[in-house]
Design a protein around this ligand. Sequence first.
Ligand code: ADP
Ligand code: MG
Length: 270
Amino acid sequence: MSTNHERATAGARGRPDYIRIEGLSKHFGDGGGGVLALKDIDCGIEQGSFVTIVGPSGCGKSTLLRILAGLLDYDIGRVVLDGQPIRGTRRDVGVVFQSSILLPWRTILENVMLPAEVLGIPAKQARERAMQLLQMVRLEGFEHKLPRQLSGGMQQRASIARALLHDPKILLMDEPFGALDAMTRERMNLELQRIWMESGKTVVLITHSIPEAVFLGDRVFVMSPRPGTLERVLPVDLPRPRSMEVMSHPAFAAASASIRERFSHAASFD
Ligand SMILES: Nc1ncnc2c1ncn2[C@@H]1O[C@H](COP(=O)(O)OP(=O)(O)O)[C@@H](O)[C@H]1O
Ligand SMILES: [Mg+2]
């Protein structure tokens, strides 16, 4: 089995894009009173790669992710996933939002198994898979606890397990660690990198943290203020697996500085 890193490199050598976005624009509302949220987005994402997205608040990051998740319609352009235009939600996509949205009255195991009911996965099979995933996110032993008995970081790991229950090929994450303290967040970054490398998923993650974007991404997509355009795609050429020490590497500092410089005049960076 090839590693994610090899796959990302293979992609760079010219494999077709797994996700392809062409001339995408998104407008909310009608005529003069509306908002142009995204404008002329063009990009490709290789299978098994890790893309992070940063940009000023309100520039359309969540809008872009919701379009990729099939949760939101778009007006102009084409969004193709594995050769098929995205229209509506799909089984090969898993989504994680900032707050873990676990049901408080269900145990962690029952929460992770939730998508099985919607997707019609047999309970026995879903349970086995959920237990494997809970092991992968290092929550074994917490299956029968309620969400409130777990820390924020643990709850978010449960959310990641839940998003992976139906074995989607793509994991979309919208500021998944935004509510966590700095130390927990660093640990979650390491965990997510490991999960990504073990699972072979394609990951697209939005963050307002420049270090997080550089640490996790094979490439960082930098968006402009609204209407959101894809201003820059920054490759991060640092070996995997990355440890926190990579943050003191000159290439890490250079990548972070070049993104930061981009936003030095933006009113609010989110
Ligand atoms: N459902 C909606 N209806 C109208 N405007 C929206 C809707 N969702 C987002 N917007 C607007 O689109 C712009 C981009 O929003 P969003 O994608 O949430 O930005 P970001 O995630 O980068 O902060 C914002 O101006 C926001 O107010
Ligand atoms: Mg957002």
